[in-house]
Design a protein around this ligand. Sequence first.
Ligand code: ADP
Length: 665
Amino acid sequence: MANLTSSAKPAGVVRTIKERCQQCYACVRHCPAKAIQVLEGRAKVMDDRCIACGRCVRVCSQDAKEVESAVPEVLQMLREKEPVVACLAPSFPAAFHDVRPGQVIAGLKRLGFDGVYEVSFGAEMVARAYARLLRQNGSKTILTTPCPALVAYVERHRPQLIPHLAPIVSPMIAMGRALKQRYRPDAKVVFIGPCLAKKAEIRRPSLTGAIDSVLTYIELEGIFYRQEIDLSALEESDPSPPVPRVGRIFPVSGGLLRTAMLQGDVLESDIVVTEGADRSMDLLEELIQDIIRPRFLDVLICNGCIDGPMMSNDLHVFSRREIVAHYAREACAATSPAELERELDACAAIDLSRTFTDENQPLRTPTEDELRSILRKINKLSRADELNCGACGYESCQEKAIAVFHGRAELTMCLPYMIERLKQVNQTLKDTEEQLIQSAKLASMGQLAAGIAHEINNPLGTIMIYSNLVYRDLPAEDEKREDLKMVVEEAARCREIVAGLLDFARKSKLSLEPTDMNDLIRDSLAMATKLPVYDHIQVHTDLAADLPPIPVDPRQIKQVLLNLFTNAGEAMPDSGTFTVITRLSSDAERVEIVVSDTGKGIPEENISKLFTPFFTTKDIGKGTGLGLAVAYGIIKMHRGGIEVASKAGEGTTFTLSLPKRQSPR
Ligand code: ADP
């Protein structure tokens, strides 16, 4: 039975380089422990959940995952007087496959290591311990523990399996203890291998002291490169004894069994060997759920250690296996079983036991309501909206919502939701662009109108004065009087049009005074509702009682209101409902006046033309098409807004907004 010790969290060995993270969520997707937190769009490794399997390092195309480096520490050790020995993981011939294993050993000696040992001997020691455990064990399933990532996964995420973990150290720790206690008690020990979880393993509470530092193959390769050591040019060198035999096959999946020579001892069906994160996790779930009950479960998170994340080449796993097997055959030829047994006996007193720590941090499961409210925020209102597309890195929308609940994921990681949002933003941009074009068009028309009005104003003034003078001087019976009267009236009409154009062009002067808008509306309504068309119209008002007086030119605003009221009345020739509402805007900075009718409405194609001077659908003589253009000009002069919403056949609503304050012009 494994002992439980108090928790001591090792520092994480992987971190994200924030600037390089491109939000692809590949690390989230591939992390078997879901130990990646996304914060402000950047992935972050959660040290207390990470099992250091290195999958995130492998899948990150941007090289945004940085592994803690032992290079400075090891180089410092080599510079000091104290002897330092290297401890090579059994996969090293596959990692440095383009040179002979003996040349790697020679290279390490060139770097200054005082001896190069093979961890495979530690594997032989461990295999013996497993054989013993299996003989003593009853029917309980034993979970092998050479893979530190698997052990960390159980300790941190599936603590109910801790009693199944074989309380036996890994070959690395076994070798470290053998070196410290028997072969090189004088030396510091540096393990070199393909696994970054080993960096965390040597700091585990029950394992410290055996290994002083862990270098990965990639780090070692870098050191050789920087120190300009060409391995291929070196004479081969032998590893320091003790030399293993089949222990060299340990990094291949099933290697532990081979080394322990267990196949002959137990029934095939009692042993399950598996590799790879997904299969390993599935198998552990089946064990928890009592679906399987093998005596011995040999689980490696990578495809065997020969596929460790820190192997420095892209050789296929099969080729690596072949290279390692070949090296093991060489060892078997070089060392006799009796020789090995003698060495193992000599190490029999070395303690190979270890303990485990329950480091699970249970998180509260969100309630159905809490999940629903998270899902609602990303437009997943029902199960049918949950696409489970996996783009966020989580297998399902529910799983992602749970991660959001626990603060590990962000709402914006949902791709379909973001696409939808982007579409909306796009539409808003388009609408704004159209509005800007429309305002620019109206502004240039305003300039033109102002120019024409200005030019016409002077000759028109002359016409009006002289026609009036002549008219007044003509005797009452003069037959030209009627003609001249028409000239005077038409000239007056022209002056009104010119004044309208000047209003539209915002060239009139404003005479601002604090005004109660509700009073102004009541006045205007009293005038407008006298029009015969209002006889059949129901008039409703809903005027906010708390409106403050606002600075407007009451004469001009009244003109705007009368235009709107008249248009509304004319849009309901037979009957209808007319409503005026006043209110404060949501930010309380503006007064809003909403004028609605249930009249014939405005066809969509006309909406953009409404404020253009001379646009009218009314019969000749009935409309000038200046009413709304003038209203637009007056409201803009007040730094206000005018908006229209209409549906043909249903009615129209104009909304005016006027600021509560006017800054000096
Ligand atoms: P006019 O009233 O002289 O035509 P306006 O500028 O006031 O000029 O209005 C322009 C056009 O806008 C009108 O001819 C009409 O087609 C349309 N319109 C304005 N208000 C309404 C309304 N409340 N309902 C339907 N159409 C309207």
